[in-house]
Design a protein around this ligand. Structure first.
Ligand code: CUA
Length: 151
């Protein structure tokens, strides 16, 4: 037999759960929030490079290590659709792109994947937001959109 008080707690908890789920679905729909995916590990991902699939589709293979990202500068035309594959060569690093809904962990032995579209020109900073040692605060890279390609 449930106490009146217990019943109230269960109802409140269920209502809160519904509210959280509602806002989660709202975020997924409204802000096109993409849940990061995990890709089966392959040593090929530890080699930093950029692949162009067609005029506006790119794959960026990003490697994090104490205390830098490689490639450190990425040049893309406006309107690029980019898949990011991120791994680490040592400790756990963070991978956050300014103005984008991308927030991942770079882990040794793991590949995290997320996608973004760059429809506005600008400089998007990639920041390590996971404390990784003495050089953590300087661990950054840049995505430069609408600049002449250097590749
Ligand atoms: Cu890498 Cu903090």
């Amino acid at each position: 037999m449930l106490e009146k008080f217990e019943k109230r707690i269960i109802i409140t908890a269920a209502a809160l759960l519904m509210i959280f789920l509602f806002f989660l679905m709202y975020a997924v729909g409204r802000f096109r929030t993409d849940l990061p995916a995990c890709v089966p590990y392959d040593k090929a991902y530890t080699h930093p490079h950029i692949t162009q699939l067609d005029d506006s589709t790119y794959q960026v293979f990003m490697v994090a290590r104490m205390w830098s990202f490689e490639p450190a500068q990425i040049y893309l035309p406006v309107g690029s659709e980019v898949d990011f594959y991120v791994t680490s060569l040592d400790v756990v690093h963070g991978f956050d792109i300014s103005s984008k809904n991308i927030n991942m962990m770079a882990e040794y032995g793991g590949i995290a994947k997320s996608s973004a579209r760059f429809s506005e020109p600008g400089v998007y900073t990639i920041t390590c937001h996971e404390y990784c040692g003495a050089g953590h605060q300087a661990m950054q890279a840049e995505i430069i959109v609408n600049y002449p390609t250097k590749r």
